[in-house]
Structure formats: structure tokens, C-alpha cells
Write a protein that binds this ligand. Structure first.
Ligand code: FAD
Length: 95
């Protein structure tokens, strides 16, 4: 399939980055515009105030991210995320 030229994504958080990954298969270039500066290190920023809160990633979501980007789950764990054995939800299977 011949690639088109350029796609533009507004917003570079979770949805924007996933959209950009999907678009990258069909476009030569994908530009992401965000009103925030990309931070040097992991941490909260003005455009994503909910980033201060704890977030859970369900198994199917982790698998989808791994399909798109490779070893995302491993990298999240290496960066300090809690694995499923330490972070249970009401729907977690009993162990
Ligand atoms: C307390 C809390 C707990 C949550 N827990 C979970 C959870 O456990 N699991 C889960 O899956 N979800 C959880 N969520 C929901 C999750 O945070 C959101 O669904 C998710 O962050 C939405 O991602 P997004 O990329 O669509 O938007 P956002 O993460 O809000 O990002 C929007 C981006 O667009 C940029 N932007 C905004 N306006 C402009 C503009 N005019 N021009 C350019 N850029 C702009 C912002 O800077 C930002 O980067 C939680 C939310 C809250 C508040």
C-alpha cells in the first residue's frame, strides 16, 4: 500500500500516542502536537492532571500495548509500576 504523506495528532497523551502509532502504518510522517512541553522525566504535567492519580492497566490493555510497542508491560514494571500480584482489583482472579 502506498503511504500518504503526513498525519497530525493533537494531544500527546495516551490516546494521542496510540493514534500516532496506528497512523504510522499508513503515513510517512506523524506529527504530535501537545500544548505541554514533553517532560524530561516521568511525572505529572499540567495537561494531564489525572497523572497524579493511581492508574490501573488491565491485562487486555497491556497485551494491546505490547502488540503495538513491544515490551511495554516489562518497561512499566522496570519503571516502578506494580505487577498484577501486588496490585489487585475487585475483578482480579483469586490466587
Ligand atoms: C482519578 C482518575 C483515575 C483514573 N484511573 C484510571 C485507570 O485506573 N485506568 C484507566 O484506564 N484510566 C483511568 N483514568 C482515566 C484516564 O486517566 C483517561 O481515560 C486517560 O488519561 C485519557 O487519555 P487521553 O490521552 O484521551 O487524554 P489525556 O490523558 O487527558 O491527555 C490529553 C492530552 O491532550 C493535550 N491537550 C489538551 N488540549 C490541547 C490543545 N488545545 N492542544 C494541544 N494539546 C492539547 C494535553 O496536554 C494532554 O497531553 C483515570 C482518571 C482519573 C481522573
Amino acid at each position: 500500500m502506498r503511504k500518504s504523506r503526513r498525519a497530525i495528532v493533537i494531544g500527546g497523551s495516551l490516546s494521542g500516542l496510540l493514534a500516532a502509532r496506528g497512523l504510522s502504518d499508513a503515513y510517512d510522517q506523524v506529527l504530535i502536537f501537545d500544548r505541554d512541553q514533553v517532560p524530561e522525566s516521568i511525572g505529572p504535567r499540567r495537561g494531564v492532571p489525572q497523572g497524579r492519580h493511581v492508574h490501573g492497566l488491565l491485562a487486555r490493555g497491556a497485551a494491546a500495548l505490547d502488540d503495538l510497542f513491544g515490551d511495554v508491560a516489562d518497561r512499566l514494571l522496570a519503571a516502578g509500576a506494580l505487577g498484577p500480584r501486588r496490585c489487585r482489583t475487585p475483578t482480579s482472579p483469586r490466587q
